[in-house]
Design a protein. Structure first.
Length: 358
C-alpha cells in the first residue's frame, strides 16, 4: 500500500513512473538486462542519456545555447563548482540569501572567489525573500546567485529577482520543473534530482555553453568543460538516475509540461494554505507573499502538540511531516509527484486533529 508521502527529499516519485520502471527493469528495450547492468558506453545508454537531456531541455525551454550535465555530489557540490568554474580572472558574484541553503552556497563560494552577499532576509528571520529595495547589486558581477525555493523555511521567490541584466545562477533543487521560468535571465541552473525530477545520486546542471571554459588548473572532475565535452560520460555516470529522469520528464510532458505542473502545484498549495489560514490553530511560517508552493511550513500552538501531530499523522499514513530541526514545527513537501488527493486527505486529518486537540 502506498502512503501519503510528504518527504522533503528524497521525496515522492510519480507512481506511473515507478510502475513503468518495475515492468522495464529486468529487460529494458529487449537487451535482456536492466539499465543498471548496461555499459554506460553502450549505444543504448547513449540514447537514454540523450533522452533525459532532451526532456529537460524541452521542459525548461532551453535552446541549443545550453547544455545539460548529469553530475554527482548533489547541489551541495555545485555550491563550490559554480564559483570554481565561473569566477575566473577576478570575476565577482552577488548572492541573494533567504535561508539555509543560500547561506551554505555563499559560504562555499567565498572559498573560491570574489563572492559576497548582495541582499539577505536575515533581519526578517528568513520568512521572506529580500526586497528589491534591499538589493545592493554590483552591475559588474558575472552572476547573481539565488535559491528559487528555500526548502527548509518554505519560502520561494514568486518570480526571478530583477538584476538589471546580470545573469542569474539558480539553485533550483526544490522547485525545478514545478513552474515555468524565464530562461533568458539565466546563465546556469542546478539542482539535486531527488526532490522534483528523480532519485538521489544525480545532480542536474543546465549551463549556457558560452560559460564553459577549459580550466586545466582545476581538478578534472570539477570542471564543467570535462563533463560537457564527454556528454556527462567522462567517468561512470549515475545511469539509473539518468534513466529515471528521462521517465519523469515524459510523465511531466504527458500532464502538460511545467505549465501543467504549475496548475497542479497551485491547487495543492492553495488547499493546504487555505486550511492553515482558516484556523487559529495552525500558523504558517513564511510571509504570505513569498510562501512556497513546494514546502509548506507551519506550526501548532506548542512544539509538544506539533510533535504529537507528527506522530499521529505517521500512524494515519502521512509520512515526512516533521519540520527540519533548525526551524521546528511541521513541513509538508508537495513536489510535482504528490497528488491533490494526498493534500485533501491531509487537510481532513488537520481538521480532525484540531477538533480533538484544539
Ligand atoms: C536539498 C537541497 C540542497 C542539497 O542538495 P544535495 O543534493 O543533498 O546536496 C541544496 N539546495 C536546496 C535548495 C535543496 O533543497
Amino acid at each position: 500500500m502506498r502512503v501519503h508521502n510528504f518527504n522533503a527529499g528524497p521525496a515522492a516519485l510519480p507512481l506511473p513512473v515507478l510502475e513503468r520502471v518495475q515492468v522495464e527493469l529486468p529487460d529494458l528495450h529487449h537487451t535482456g538486462m536492466s539499465v543498471m547492468e548496461w555499459s554506460h558506453r553502450s549505444k543504448q545508454f547513449e540514447n537514454v542519456n540523450q533522452g533525459a537531456e532532451d526532456g529537460l531541455k524541452r521542459l525548461l525551454g532551453l535552446n541549443d545555447d545550453w547544455t545539460v550535465l548529469f553530475l554527482q555530489g548533489g547541489a551541495s557540490l555545485q555550491f563550490s563548482m559554480v564559483p570554481m568554474n565561473v569566477l575566473q580572472n577576478g570575476a565577482k558574484a552577488d548572492y541573494l540569501v533567504h535561508g539555509a541553503w543560500g547561506r551554505k552556497a555563499i559560504a562555499e563560494a567565498k572559498k573560491e572567489g570574489a563572492a559576497r552577499i548582495a541582499a539577505s532576509s536575515e533581519s526578517a528571520n528568513w520568512k521572506r525573500v529580500p526586497l528589491a529595495s534591499e538589493f545592493d547589486l554590483d552591475s559588474a558581477a558575472k552572476y547573481v546567485h539565488f535559491t528559487s525555493n528555500e526548502t527548509i523555511e518554505g519560502v520561494q521567490w514568486p518570480t526571478e529577482p530583477e538584476t538589471n541584466g546580470v545573469p542569474l545562477v539558480c539553485d533550483a533543487s526544490s522547485d525545478i520543473l514545478s513552474r515555468p521560468i524565464n530562461v533568458e535571465k539565466y546563465g546556469l541552473i542546478y539542482g539535486g534530482a531527488q526532490k522534483n525530477i528523480g532519485p538521489s545520486g544525480v545532480t542536474v546542471v543546465a549551463i549556457r555553453r558560452d560559460w564553459i571554459e577549459p580550466l586545466p588548473q582545476i581538478p578534472t572532475m570539477l570542471a564543467y568543460a570535462t563533463h560537457a565535452k564527454e556528454h556527462s560520460l567522462y567517468n561512470t555516470p549515475p545511469t539509473f538516475g539518468i534513466y529515471m529522469i528521462g521517465l519523469v520528464c515524459e510523465w511531466i510532458e504527458s500532464l502538460g509540461g511545467v505549465a501543467g505542473m504549475q496548475a497542479r502545484n497551485t491547487a495543492k498549495a492553495n488547499a493546504l494554505y487555505a486550511q492553515i489560514d482558516s484556523s487559529g490553530f495552525y500558523t504558517g511560517f513564511a510571509d504570505k507573499e513569498n510562501r512556497s508552493q513546494m514546502n509548506i511550513t507551519f506550526r501548532l500552538p506548542s512544539e509538544e502538540l506539533g510533535a504529537q501531530f507528527a506522530t499521529e499523522a505517521t500512524k494515519a499514513g502521512f509520512i515526512g511531516l516533521k519540520g527540519h530541526r533548525s526551524v521546528g514545527g511541521l513541513r509538508a513537501s508537495l513536489y510535482n509527484a504528490v497528488e491533490l488527493e494526498s493534500v485533501e486527505a491531509l487537510t481532513a486529518f488537520m481538521r480532525e486533529f484540531e477538533r480533538t486537540h484544539g
